[in-house]
Every structure is written in structure tokens, then in C-alpha cells.
Design a protein around this ligand. Structure first.
Ligand SMILES: [Zn+2]
Ligand SMILES: [Zn+2]
Length: 239
């Protein structure tokens, strides 16, 4: 351990003493294991195996036949529901930025499990506009991507793709409008950084897959070789 690592360990212990750690899902101060309390550990719904490596869903909910995607694979440890949904909401909207440390470890574990044989060149995140980062005070996807990169011993680059303009929340739009809403919203800043690369693209959640796919399309057009996506949780399209 070098000085800067030692310093950050001491600082972390100090923070834990002043602000007792809370469960990343329910936000309670209680006994935790890797950031998660015993109850939430039971309640959090993992994506049920066997899993489709392309859409990331449980094979029984696979949607690959009805939807073509630019990305080569997507993986998430959890379903976007219940305590997981609550935890991601707290992380994004209640200024619990530090929770990225635990979420990114869960994402990295999932990447290792599903895409263990893939040789990634670079880790990037779904970009947000400067305005929205300023408003929230942090870029949650970038924090997650940095954490995932660190955990997997890979390089994170925050200057590959950017969001040019603000879009409406995908959540409230019909299926038809979702795609159009994002068209042209993302731009690859430096093609050299994408060309021929195997990319790991990170975001917090994937509810429709459209945001990841639009970013993947732009990376693909910029010459990226393979594109894999990693999120904390995804919405399963159940029949
Ligand atoms: Zn909990
Ligand atoms: Zn599938």
C-alpha cells in the first residue's frame, strides 16, 4: 500500500465514523456486508439464470428475436425492481454518490462472470450533458464506469463520447418516440479512441435498452470493434 492509498483508507475510516455506512438499497444504518444489509440481500432479485448474453435478460424473457441491437452483449446482476430500484433512486437523486463503490463492484463481478473471456480495451460511460451533471453535482454513470474499470484493472476514458443536448426522460415516452428522442443526442468526440476497440459501456440502469443502443450505434459508426454494456439493473420484458 502506498501513501495515497493509505491516506484514502484513513480518510474512509474517518468518514465511516462521522457518517455511519448505510445500506445501498434501503439506506438504513445497520450491519452490512459489502454495502448491503441482510434483508435487502434476501429481497434483491438477481437476473435468473440461465441468462442471454446478448440482451442480458433471463433466457425465458430474452427479447433478441424481436429487437436487433448494435451492442454485442449486455449484463446486469439485478432486475430493476423492488429494493434495487429504490437503491438506484437513492444513489441518483439523494446525493448518495459514494454508493458507486459498492454498485461498481457488483457490476464488475457480473462482467467477469458473463464476459470473462472478452479482452476489453477501454471502459466508458453513457454520457450526460454538462447541465445535468452540474444540476446533480455528479455524473453517476461516470462514477460507476470508473469503479468498474478500477475493479477490472482496465482503463477508463471519459472523453470518448459526449451528449450534445438534453433529451426527454425515456420513461414517459411511447415505444415509437423513444428511439427518435435520442437520435443525434450522442457524439463520438475522438474516433481514434473507438476505432477497432473492444468497449465496455457502463450506465446505472437499462429500462428499454434504447440509450445503450444509441450510444453503441455511434461507437459502432466510429469504428468500434465490439461493444459490451454493463449496468446495475435492467427491466425484464416479461410476457
Ligand atoms: Zn438494506
Ligand atoms: Zn436475448
Amino acid at each position: 500500500m502506498n501513501y495515497s492509498e493509505l491516506f484514502s483508507e484513513i480518510y474512509r475510516a474517518f468518514l465511516d465514523a462521522v457518517f455511519p455506512p448505510r445500506c445501498i438499497f434501503c439506506d438504513r444504518v445497520t450491519s452490512l456486508e459489502n454495502g448491503i444489509c441482510k434483508e435487502c440481500r434476501k429481497k434483491a432479485a438477481p437476473i435468473e439464470e440461465p441468462v442471454c448474453l446478448k440482451c442480458g435478460m433471463s433466457k425465458k424473457n430474452c427479447e433478441c428475436k424481436s429487437k436487433s441491437r448494435f451492442y454485442d452483449g449486455l449484463c446486469a446482476p439485478y432486475e430493476y425492481d423492488g429494493v434495487v430500484r429504490k437503491g438506484i433512486h437513492i444513489f441518483k437523486f439523494d446525493n448518495r454518490r459514494d454508493n458507486y463503490r459498492f454498485f461498481s463492484v457488483l457490476m464488475a463481478q457480473c462482467v467477469r462472470k458473463r464476459f470473462g473471456s472478452v479482452d476489453f480495451d477501454i471502459v466508458i460511460s453513457v454520457p450526460a450533458t454538462e447541465k445535468s451533471v452540474k444540476k446533480r453535482g455528479y455524473d453517476q454513470s461516470a462514477l460507476l464506469a470508473r469503479g468498474v474499470a478500477k475493479e477490472l484493472g482496465l482503463l477508463y476514458d471519459g472523453n470518448v463520447i459526449k451528449k450534445i443536448y438534453e433529451t426527454k426522460s425515456q420513461h414517459f415516452l411511447s415505444n415509437l418516440l423513444r428511439r427518435g428522442n435520442l437520435t443525434g443526442a450522442f457524439e463520438v468526440v475522438d474516433k481514434c479512441k473507438a476505432e477497432g476497440k473492444t468497449v465496455l459501456l457502463c450506465d446505472d440502469v437499462s429500462t428499454t435498452g434504447e440509450t445503450l443502443d444509441e450510444c453503441s450505434k455511434m461507437l459502432y459508426l466510429a469504428g468500434a470493434g465490439k461493444i459490451y454494456c454493463s449496468v446495475i439493473a435492467l427491466t425484464q420484458m416479461k410476457e
